[in-house]
Write a new protein. Structure first.
Lengths: 603, 375
């Protein structure tokens, strides 16, 4: 069915929701219903095309795809869908997707109700003037609470209960209603196909054969194949070698005009040349204006990444470069550590992002790495008035030279049931949080707003929150500002030797208990060796905590007869593999995972 | 040279430390024996061209077999192998099975060595381990064996037992000396998960000596054995001159052996290992259909090197430089590089072209082997 060319037959929308509320699954049903994806190509969460996304069952990147749908008026509409990730680490993906749309499907899991990211994503959409179509999803589940969730949504958005579409991504119920609502309620894009070109880049992907592919939304004008184009922010000029639309594969087109979503290939090999949020304009158009202000994604967490084998440093650099082609939010620069040799200080969007990068390094590049204790980015001012950005504890000047240190604070929202308020308050206070607001969304749901140090939440906060609320708490945050803090550098020593990779900046009030916990955790994590290992935590010269690991006395199997040989060889091979993942620090073998695991103090 | 191992997967009851898959019910005993007889006829090619030197009845508890069972098995073996050059034919026995009748029943057969599962000379230990025998039965069994026409015999001991003191261990060794055992296998107790013993220890109903004490037991044993003229020829095995276990040595020296019975392992002496299904009923059913139910594995040169290092490090003869360079210079280099820190800390020594673990090194045989592995 040929789609209508006129802009009035286009709808651009994204699917937004709290994590796991069923965005990708419902997208599958839309693709299926519109015949965009054949039965054979359809998998669960078809759009989650990275291996890691499929395995973890979460969306990491936004995914755009075009569909066609014949409406009651017998006209065929072009629907551009963008599925977005739900995890907080990737909320910047949502914000850029939203900028390319006129509307959004706001999904709410019928068994969960409104959660923290439901609200933050809703506000993002409202800020961008998007038409919101509220959808109660997963209505097939026996534990669906349709009435209660309806009430929550009505309260939150101020809509009419019958504006809410009921759907199930599992059974496909409600899918046609959603498609109709998209056509009826979301405004067609506006813009002038004859005006000077303005297209917003909302995503980019790297293809090893074709280079960087930029995804854009045309707001004004028309982009044509072979047209010279200019990226407004970088000021760089290219030729649009190929333009086209995004279906399961890329489909080249001679031109794309205002209102459309598509891709452009320019032969760029380095993703960093394409800034998501930048505007594509026509070369020679002196008057060209950007569509929106341009903002770089800022990393929230920093950690050192080191090759297990020092000889692999250059390979690691190469691998990180390649990863960056796919993931522009990853930043890194070389650093060195006494304990670990040469590596890179990398910036991540959050701990999940860090985990994903580490996993991709191992899977896609066969690079086993050591990740050091992560930290946030601090700001230090010296007595001489110098201003320093501290991305690693080892960059902190000597305390005697310091005037003050500031640490990043966040604005955190937690939605929970009233019965958990007490324990959540306690947790947040323990984490140096300041309660700002407490709002009852309904009688059974309350929203708590805290200002708290980012450093306190990046590591184990989320797990703690989940366990104290038995899963009934959702969490969202956004960076707020920097505040002065009484921070000290805590060092870890193994047999008297400083392990710089384990140093951390901690609040003075917590240094001692933190030091004790780290020493205890290291005692669990370090394998016994043939000698005694002393683990110490120190601030300056002062030892604040200590643990000892006794020497290993024996490592020998009693029996090794005919039936034991094969099994035992495999066992020792496994041990050898484990040893290969260890890093020698002084005389001590430290497992690769220890540097990260050491922070999971409460497990 | 080659050997045959026959696995008898039955015990009267299960010892608390045992993690073998075995059946305490004798229900399938006759079926399994019949199947073993048939398996003998199905597998004569495995050892083709190699002289049969040893036979070993292991388990489980082979001493639950009747003299008729043994006779059937030997007749069947005779039909497919020449038994003329047999050097050693061993039967593992539980002391309570070793009666005058039992010994008499084996008198006319090729059996010439008994391996007695003593474990401890103390009834308290034996009860704690849920062994079926008593101290008294141990001495009776040893008497009978010493007066039988067996050429050699051996006994098993376990140290590091729950609540075991050094005195208790030393007195076990004194008893061993008193009965003139020409060969000893002594094992540190290994607590395997999913055993009764594991459970008792978890529940703190039993207390194990700590690693330091167990290490001391081993050191005391090595010293004691040396003083009494035993050769410590494998980590867990000690022999008076001329009494080394020939069949077991073939495992460590890479000789071919054929395993018969459920769960039995075989090695072709070159690069194929295979093992029968462990499950008695499946084994019996498949064999009845004329099919030997096994899984096999082909060893790569690296696997062979790893096995060589793993088994030889446990032997007094050690790892031979010539053997390694025979596998390829790469292996020799790799080995030398990997063990150099252990040479430095004198856990291993090189002399006359052989690397041998020192007594201190014997406590770390696994660690040293895996360090030298290639993966
Ligand atoms: N019963 C039922 N299960 C559903 C439905 N929709 C999704 N699920 C299940 O919910 C889980 C999450 O679904 P996804 O589609 O991956 O959720 P998502 O919102 O895309 O998740 P993120 O991208 O990680 O934020 C999966 O296990 C789905 O099978 C539904 O309508 N009914
Ligand atoms: S006799 Fe041996 S095989 Fe049988 S139960 Fe005891 S330990 Fe296990
Ligand atoms: Mg998803």
């Amino acid at each position: 069915m040929p789609a209508m060319n006129d802009m009035q037959y286009i709808r651009n929308f994204s699917v937004i929701a709290h994590i796991d509320h069923g965005k990708s699954t419902l997208s599958d049903r839309l693709l299926e219903f519109t015949g965009t994806v054949g039965q054979r190509e359809l998998q669960a969460q078809t759009l989650d095309n990275m291996d890691l996304e499929r395995e973890k069952g979460i969306t990491i990147k936004s995914h755009a795809i075009q569909m066609y749908h014949q409406y009651k008026d017998k006209k065929t509409y072009t629907l551009n869908l963008i599925d977005t990730p739900g995890h907080v680490d990737f909320s910047y993906e949502v914000s850029r997707s939203i900028a390319a749309c006129e509307g959004a499907l706001l999904l709410v899991d019928a068994t969960q109700g409104i959660q923290a990211q439901t609200i933050s994503n809703l506000y993002l959409a409202i800020d961008n003037d998007l038409e919101i179509i509220p959808v109660i999803n997963k209505i097939d589940m026996p534990s669906a609470m349709i009435e209660e969730v309806t009430e929550q949504i009505v309260d939150l958005i101020g809509c009419d209960p019958d504006e809410i579409v009921h759907a199930s991504g599992k059974t496909g119920e409600g899918v046609e209603n959603i498609l109709n609502a998209i056509i009826e309620r979301i405004p067609a894009p506006e813009g002038d196909p004859e005006a000077p070109l303005q297209a917003l880049i909302f995503d980019s992907v790297f293809n090893p054969f074709r280079g960087v592919i930029a995804y854009f939304r045309v707001f004004n004008g028309t982009i044509r194949k072979k047209q010279p184009i200019r990226f407004h922010n970088t000021g760089k000029e290219y030729v649009a070698e190929e333009v086209g639309i995004l279906q399961m594969d890329q489909v080249p087109k001679p031109a794309l005009s205002a209102g459309n979503v598509g891709y452009v290939i320019t032969g760029i090999k380095d993703t960093r040349e394409i800034k998501v949020g930048d505007t594509i304009t026509a070369v020679g158009d002196q008057e060209a204006q950007p569509i929106q202000g341009f903002e770089e994604v800022k990393p929230m967490v920093f950690a050192g990444i080191y090759p297990i084998d020092n000889d692999d440093f250059e390979d690691l650099r190469e691998s990180l470069n390649k990863l960056q082609l796919n993931d522009a939010s990853l930043v890194f620069e070389p650093e060195s550590s006494v304990a670990l040799g040469f590596g890179f200080r990398c910036g991540f969007l959050g701990m999940l992002h860090l985990e994903i990068i580490q996993e991709r390094l191992s899977r896609e590049f066969d690079m086993e790495v050591i990740t050091t204790i992560p930290n946030v980015s601090y700001q230090a001012t010296t007595k001489k008035g110098e201003f320093l950005i501290i991305n690693t504890p080892n960059d902190l000047p000597d305390p005697t030279l310091l005037d003050f240190i500031e640490e990043p604070y966040i604005d955190a929202q937690i939605i929970t049931k009233p019965e958990f308020i007490g324990s959540i308050m306690k947790l947040c206070m323990d984490k140096r949080g300041i309660l700002m607001k407490q709002v009852y969304l309904t009688t059974t749901r309350v929203e708590l707003t805290f200002h708290m140090p980012l450093a306190e939440i990046v590591f184990d906060f989320y797990d703690n929150l989940k366990s104290i609320s038995r899963g009934y708490a959702s969490f969202d945050y956004a960076p707020l500002d920097y505040r002065r803090s009484d921070l000290v550098k805590m060092d870890i020593k193994l047999n008297g030797e400083n392990v710089d990779a384990l140093s951390a900046l901690v609040h003075r009030s917590k240094a001692e208990s933190f030091g004790r916990q780290i020493c205890k955790k290291l005692k669990e994590l370090l394998p016994r060796q043939q000698f005694v290992i002393a683990i110490q935590a120190a601030i300056g010269a002062k030892i604040i905590a200590r643990e000892t690991i006794s020497a290993l006395r024996k490592d020998v199997t009693a029996k090794c007869y005919g039936g034991d040989i094969s099994r035992k060889r495999k066992l020792l091979e496994k041990q050898k593999k484990g040893k290969k993942k260890m890093r020698q620090v002084g005389k001590i073998q430290v497992p690769q995972k220890a540097f990260l695991e050491v922070l999971k103090l409460n497990k | 040279m080659s050997g045959i191992y026959i696995h008898i997967p039955f015990c009267k009851r299960k010892c608390h430390y045992c993690n073998f898959h075995l059946s305490a019910s004798m229900k399938y005993k006759d079926d399994v024996v019949a199947a073993i007889l048939k398996e003998i006829s199905l597998t004569p090619d495995f050892l083709k061209g190699k002289q049969l030197s040893t036979i070993y009845f292991g388990g489980g508890t082979p001493s639950i077999l009747s003299s008729e069972d043994f006779a059937l098995i030997f007749n069947q073996l005779e039909a497919h192998y020449s038994l003329d050059c047999l050097k050693e034919v061993t039967v593992e026995c539980n002391p309570d099975d070793v009666t005058p009748d039992f010994i008499r029943g084996l008198e006319g057969t090729p059996v010439n060595r008994y391996s007695l599962g003593v474990q401890s000379f103390y009834d308290g230990d034996l009860r704690a381990l849920n062994r079926t025998h008593t101290k008294k039965q141990v001495f009776q069994a040893i008497e009978l064996i010493r007066h039988s026409n067996a050429k050699s015999w051996t006994l098993d001991l376990i140290y590091g037992l729950p609540e075991m003191t050094m005195e208790r261990w030393m007195s076990n060794l004194q008893m061993t000396h008193a009965v003139d055992a020409p060969h000893i296998s002594a094992y540190a107790l290994t607590v395997e998960p999913r055993t009764a013993l594991y459970h008792f220890i978890q529940k703190r109903q039993l207390r194990l000596p700590d690693d330091g004490q167990v290490t001391a037991h081993f050191d005391a044993l090595m010293r004691w054995a040396g003083e009494r003229g035993y050769e410590h020829y494998e980590i867990s095995n000690y022999a008076l001159r001329g009494h080394r276990a020939v069949h077991n040595s073939s495992y460590w020296e890479g000789q071919a052996y054929l395993g018969l019975g459920p769960g039995a392992h075989s090695f072709d002496g070159a690069f194929i290992r295979r093992w029968n299904v462990r499950n008695n009923p499946i084994y019996v059913r498949k064999i009845a259909r004329g099919e030997v139910p096994y899984t096999s594995e082909m060893l790569t040169p690296d696997d062979l090197y790893n096995e060589y290092v793993m088994t030889r490090l446990r032997l007094s003869s050690g790892v031979s430089r010539m053997d390694l360079s025979g596998m390829g210079e790469r292996y020799l280099h790799r080995f030398e590089e990997a063990i150099s820190p252990h040479v430095e800390s004198t856990l291993i020594q090189l002399s006359e072209g052989h690397w041998r673990l020192t007594d201190a090194g014997k406590h770390f045989a696994d660690r040293i082997a895996s360090d030298a592995f290639i993966i």
